[in-house]
Ligand binder design. Structure first.
Ligand code: ACO
Length: 362
């Protein structure tokens, strides 16, 4: 009998410090009006803790929603491009923090597409019988890798984490079809030179964040639309069968454009970018979590998701929600409290980077 991977748990973790567009305008040449008009973003979160802690809290809330003990989890996948360390991975920290000794644990980096890539992999792992209960997490602390002197990219991103639990089921639910791809000719349109090729001995205080917004925009819309068509082809479904579009949240204008191409009306399109900006691999699970919590996702709904990210990775998924939309246990897990404001954390990084650029350009 064919197996499916039902989404039985959902959770999120948003750090408490909020940075508004007006906060950004205190140290960058930008304005609330420009940011809202061009991106739809009003505010974003800045984390006082590392990615592993964000991931852990989101995971704990997802496990509570599923009503599972962490010992039952046999695979943990964390989508992230901002791990706390290169080795060991974030997934092993989550495994240790939640107490999941029976799980294998790995990170997956397809930039902002990571969560859908992870769902694609996890669903197939369940369908082959290799794994039965999988914890999927998207977690990012992007505010630590941004160049805070670059207004064109600094205004777009935020921190956060989201998670899902997938469990083997005989019902036709979960990720029914998916298509993932990579437009590698566009590797250079979004890049950060921090990694093993990074010259740590010659480091002058600048991590180079290169970003060609309009090129990303064009390629992202094309790639996501093509991927959505592929999952419709695979399932024989069409836009009329879709109850909600839950896309990666990178820019509201981009989402509106994609929805128009896919012919999904705006009332069926889930958008929360105004509150969190682009949290990369975390946008999808956070948006799913909120859509379930606020009643947008109903039992048995058919949902189409589309993502893109650095690489330039792309993907789409056709998801059928199961019958349960209320958590078995409520999401009570939270981060340790902090007195730090968003500006307390960001302004020193802005000042140091501005001084480093001034020195380099001398
Ligand atoms: N505040 C004020 N002015 C700004 C800002 C800012 N934050 N950023 C750029 N500008 C200025 C530019 O300097 C330019 O000025 P000029 O006309 O005098 O040269 C003007 O605004 C227009 O700039 P554009 O780059 O043409 O603006 P655009 O409308 O393309 O919007 C944006 C830029 C928002 C980045 C858009 O291209 C975009 O959303 N791209 C795709 C999404 C994306 O890249 N997301 C992030 C990463 S991808 C991922 O999720 C993995």
């Amino acid at each position: 009998m064919k197996k499916y991977a039902e989404i039985t748990g959902w959770g999120k973790c948003l750090p408490p410090a909020v940075m508004t567009n007006d906060d950004l305008a205190t140290f960058l040449d930008t304005s609330d009006e420009w940011i809202v008009t061009r991106t739809g973003i009003s505010e974003r979160r800045v984390s006082h803790v590392g990615t592993s802690k964000l991931a852990t809290v989101a995971a704990q809330n997802a496990l509570a929603a599923a009503g599972l003990d962490a010992e039952e989890i046999d695979l943990i996948i964390v989508g992230t491009c901002t791990p706390d360390e290169v080795i060991p991975n974030v997934a092993s920290a989550v495994q240790q923090n939640i107490g999941a000794p029976n799980a294998a644990a790995f990170d997956l980096n397809a930039a902002c597409s990571s969560f859908l890539y992870a769902m694609h992999v996890a669903t197939q792992a369940i369908q082959t019988g290799a794994h039965k209960k999988v914890l999927l997490i998207g977690a990012e602390r992007l505010t630590r890798i941004l160049d805070w002197t670059k207004r064109e990219s600094a205004v777009l991103f935020g921190d956060g984490a989201g998670a899902m639990v997938l469990e083997a089921s005989d019902e036709e639910v979960g990720l029914l079809a998916s298509h993932i791809s990579c437009d590698a000719d566009a590797r250079d349109v979004l890049s950060l030179d921090f990694g093993l090729s990074f010259d740590r001995f010659g480091f002058d205080g600048i991590m180079q964040f290169d970003f060609v917004g309009q090129e990303i925009f064009k390629r992202a819309v094309k790639g996501m639309n093509a991927a959505v068509e592929k999952v419709f082809e695979q399932t024989g479904l069409s836009t009329e069968d879709v109850d909600a579009l839950i896309p990666h949240q990178a820019n509201k204008r981009l989402i509106d454009y994609l929805a128009k191409l896919c012919k999904v009306p705006s009332e069926k399109t889930v958008i929360n970018i105004q509150n969190y900006g682009n949290t990369s691999s975390a946008t999808l699970p956070i948006a799913f979590c909120e859509a379930v919590e606020n009643g947008t996702v109903k039992p048995g709904d058919t949902i189409v998701s589309a993502v893109f990210g650095g690489g330039l990775t792309c993907g789409a998924g056709l998801i059928r929600w199961g019958q349960r939309v209320t958590p078995v246990n409520p999401p009570t897990f939270e981060l340790e409290p902090s007195e730090l404001s968003a500006l307390d954390m960001i302004v020193p990084m802005h000042e140091k980077t501005a001084a480093a650029w001034a020195k380099r350009e001398k």
